[in-house]
Design a protein around this ligand. Structure first.
Ligand code: C2E
Ligand code: MG
Ligand code: MG
Ligand code: MG
Length: 276
């Protein structure tokens, strides 16, 4: 009753707001169904060793293959999925798919000297708070038969501070899973906080890489992060490499690993993530 009254009021006084509420409601229903109907697909973007050019890892990135809207990017539905809790089943799906894909690539590798490919999967705070997370991660690893160390969980610096759920990281790491701090440089973590975290990898956020061509300041900044990572014994991945100049600059700075459109765009299981 109260509900229909509220709705009537919306219609009388705030038609725009009412339609926004309804749209949101529809979207939520649609999203729930999309997960069931397997419209959520995973694309993979290569992560490359800057010195050899070899693909050592891939990042799993979710997309909504919408029957009408086409391929919807995560920015348009991940926040709502987080708010509604739908991120938990969604994340579970992505994790499972990604581990399976890692295994397929591993099985297709003929060179015994090449290390098994690592798979990066993004997690949000809501997923970190899910009490079932560790069991899900373990199940995905076991079901696919990959080594725990092949799985890298990415969490953004800003989300991490919000989560304050560092305990979960320790649990994940006990499984042997690796942890990467995503979009590093865009959050507010202090150096001492960084030092206290169980981390394996720093991903340098794209804005720092963008500036690499234009000046010394950015390049010394990225150099500083690379040095910091070395001091903390962390691996570095430069995100969002779009040009040959940026790549050259990063090689010079010995950034280690890189990812970006210049090296490879996200795509649905590239047939040969040819590792050479
Ligand atoms: P992210 O984890 O930082 O992922 C990198 C994003 O940068 C991806 O956007 C990727 O397509 C894009 N990118 C890579 N190289 C370049 C480049 O050279 N230039 C430009 N302009 N962009 C580049 P995408 O796929 O739209 O994902 C956006 C964000 O959505 C991700 O940022 C991640 O935070 C989130 N996300 C994606 N998939 C998932 C998921 O399965 N679960 C959760 N919780 N979040 C996800
Ligand atoms: Mg990421
Ligand atoms: Mg990132
Ligand atoms: Mg991000």
């Amino acid at each position: 009753q109260a509900k229909s009254k509220g709705k009537a009021r919306f219609e009388l006084f705030e038609p725009q707001m009412a339609s926004a509420v309804l749209r949101r409601h529809d979207f939520k229903e649609e999203l729930a169904k999309a997960i069931e109907r397997e419209q959520m697909i995973v694309q993979y973007q290569p992560i490359v060793a800057l010195d050899s050019g070899r693909i050592v890892a891939a990042e799993a990135l979710v997309r909504w293959e919408h029957p009408v809207r086409g391929l919807v990017p995560p920015a348009e539905f991940v926040p709502l999925a987080e708010e509604t809790g739908l991120i938990v089943p969604l994340g579970r799906h992505v994790l499972r798919e990604a581990c399976r894909q890692a295994r397929r690539w591993q099985d297709a590798e003929t060179d015994p000297d090449v290390e098994p490919i690592r798979m990066h999967v993004n997690l949000s705070v809501a997923e970190l708070r899910d009490p079932g997370l560790v069991d899900n991660v373990l199940a995905s690893i076991q079901e696919s038969g990959i080594e725990p160390g092949q799985l890298v969980i990415e969490i953004t610096e800003s989300q991490l501070v919000a989560a304050a759920g560092v305990e979960r990281f320790h649990e994940l790491r006990k499984l042997g899973v690796k942890i990467a701090l995503d979009d590093f440089g865009t959050g507010y973590s202090s150096l001492s906080y960084l030092h206290s975290l169980p981390l394996d990898t720093l991903k340098i956020a794209k804005p720092f890489i963008d500036g690499l061509t234009s000046g010394r300041r950015e390049s010394s900044f990225v150099g500083m992060i690379v040095d910091l990572a070395r001091t903390l014994d962390l691996e570095v991945i430069a995100e969002g490499i779009e040009t040959a100049e940026q790549l050259a600059a990063l090689r010079e700075l010995k950034a280690g690993l890189g990812q970006g459109y210049f090296l490879g765009r996200p795509s649905a299981a590239p047939p040969r993530l040819a590792r050479t």
